[in-house]
Design a protein around this ligand. Structure first.
Ligand code: GUN
Length: 293
């Protein structure tokens, strides 16, 4: 069993991005600028956005954090998106989700200029991804592809089972794994909360990507000997042991599943660290106008 070290891969990518930013600076080019919009004070969102801003500093990007209280109106938020769309200094921006219930997330996402949509959530980016055109790939699927690539994991002709059908992970992941490319060329099955024969599907899988958000869902009796297991779960469970008062728990019962695997991602330290660095890579591409002019 080989552990897929997302922490190490993301540190390497961070170094690569920082070197490229240093080159841009030296050549007198424009420093990539990422803006993040944060609404309210949700603990998880605060942590993620703080981490995104910190990583921007570490790679040498410019960053801006725009905060609103929980009671911001949809109109105000749309006006903010419009300002960012039209700010020539901002290369890319994200609106951290989830948003308060009185605001339509879809409306906000669709208001973002797809050329600045470094989250890859806009329907134009999703559509372009699904037909294999250059686009901003959403961070988690992009991070998983990068791990498969850097560990040179064979995917061609393999049966990949994706557990979960979210717009952010399950659906794009399934699309990407079936694409005619590397990583890709898989036979893909998507299972979800209504699937009847989920265990049989998993037992037949060479690669299992679990993105259900159900702690320790995947057990040893659902996994074939030699399978590759990618755990996207990051549920915050209360803990009396850790300083933060919570412990990140994956969707895989790691202790019993890992001995059966050829490769597996741990939680924490697997897919998690890759998502922020994928956002940084998108921001670099946005800064260089490499995908859209
Ligand atoms: N909430 C959870 N993950 C994400 C993400 O990747 N982007 C944004 N904008 N919000 C999120």
């Amino acid at each position: 069993m080989q552990l897929i070290d997302g922490k190490a891969v993301s540190a390497q990518m961070k170094k690569e991005i920082a070197e490229e930013v240093a080159q841009i600076k030296k050549a007198g080019g424009k420093i990539p600028h990422l803006a993040a919009v944060l609404v309210g004070h949700d603990g998880g969102s605060e942590t993620y956005v703080a981490s995104k801003v910190r990583t921007c500093e570490e790679v040498g990007f410019k960053s801006s954090l725009i905060r609103y209280e929980e009671d911001v109106t949809e109109e105000e938020l749309l006006a903010c998106v419009d300002r960012l769309n039209n700010d020539p200094d901002v290369d890319g921006f994200i609106v951290q989700l989830p948003l308060p219930k009185h605001i339509s997330e879809q409306k906000i996402i669709e208001a973002i200029d797809y050329r600045k949509d470094v989250d890859g959530f806009h329907p134009i980016n999703v559509g372009r991804m699904s037909i294999g055109l250059p686009c901003f790939l959403s961070a988690t699927p992009a991070g998983i592809l990068e791990l498969l690539k850097r560990y040179e994991i064979e995917t061609k002709g393999k049966h990949c089972v994706v557990l979960g059908r979210s717009n952010i992970v399950g659906k794009p992941m399934a699309m990407l794994m079936m694409q005619k490319s590397y990583p890709g060329d898989c036979t893909v099955t998507v299972c979800h909360s209504r699937s009847e024969n989920l265990k049989e599907m998993c037992l037949n899988a060479d690669i299992i990507i679990v993105a259900l958000g159900v702690p320790e869902f995947l057990k040893a009796d659902m996994v074939k000997e030699g399978a590759v297991v990618i755990d996207v779960g990051t549920t915050r469970m209360p803990s009396s042991v850790t300083k933060s008062g919570f412990k990140l728990t994956g969707d895989v019962r790691f202790d019993e599943v890992s001995p059966k695997c050829s490769y597996i991602t741990p939680v924490p330290g697997g897919v998690g660290p890759m998502t922020i660095i994928s956002l940084m890579r998108n921001t670099l591409l946005a800064g260089k106008k490499e995908i859209y002019k």
